[in-house]
Write a protein that binds this ligand. Structure first.
Ligand code: PRP
Length: 222
């Protein structure tokens, strides 16, 4: 029996993938918030879930550490940037927009920073972000000169400490920005999570993978 390995990240993506799995008849048998285990069994002996960092999901799937995974479009674009600009990258097939973990990538600044004037005057902006590729393309298309500062988290701190004039970050409810006295000044793109599949696995494990992809597709449309 060949086992299907599904890569998920803890938090919103895991939580919002559970109902899709359930619709495909798959129940994850452990709660990642309670267990320290990284490989979770399911009620299907031929399906297991591995927990990885959100930004590692495309890497696991690309190299076959997992047969498929769920990852945000933001993560997929940043991953693809390392592979010559293709959205997914070599060896990855992205058959489905799952419509889950919806949010947006936006530009935010301190409430007292006049972003519109700075842009109008052609000022050089310092922008802190985890999403370097998305930010670079966005500001290049606008003709705004930026110095990008790569961060790995807590982006909201950057404008508050003088590290940057602006941030490019995910916004969902807007509560994090509000709590840190930042305002959203531009919406760059809408984000949702995608199913990513290893292309070699698609050939080797065609029948079980197709079944799962079709079940996800049906659950997504429901
Ligand atoms: C994201 C993002 C913001 C927050 C926005 O972080 O970086 O901090 O969510 O959500 P809100 O608009 O609903 O307040 P996430 O929780 O994904 O973790 P991260 O800091 O690791 O990116």
């Amino acid at each position: 029996m060949s086992v299907l390995t599904l890569a998920l990240s803890k938090g919103r993506i895991f939580d919002e993938t559970l109902p899709l799995l359930r619709a495909a008849g798959i129940e994850v048998l452990e709660d990642p918030e309670k267990s320290r285990k990284l490989i979770l069994a399911t009620n299907q002996p031929d399906v297991r879930v591995v927990l990885v960092r959100a930004s590692d999901v495309p890497t696991y799937v690309q190299y076959g550490g997992a047969d498929l995974g769920v990852t945000g479009l933001d993560t997929l674009i940043e991953h693809g940037a390392n592979w010559g600009g293709a959205v997914a990258g070599a060896g990855l097939y992205t058959p489905l927009d799952l419509g889950i973990a919806k949010c947006r990538v936006s530009v935010a600044v301190r409430a007292d920073f006049d972003y519109a004037s700075a842009v109008r005057q052609g000022a050089r902006l310092r922008v802190a972000t985890k999403y370097v590729s998305i930010a670079r393309d966005f500001f290049a298309a606008k003709g705004v000169h930026v110095d990008l500062i790569k961060l790995y988290g807590s982006m909201e701190l950057a404008p508050l400490t003088g590290l940057a004039d602006a941030i490019v970050d995910l916004v969902s409810t807007g509560n994090t920005l509000k709590a840190n006295h930042l305002v959203e000044v531009e919406r760059i793109m809408d984000i949702s999570s995608r199913l990513v599949v290893n292309q070699a696995a698609l050939k080797l494990k065609q029948a079980p993978l197709r079944r799962l992809i079709d079940a996800f597709a049906q659950a997504t449309q429901a």
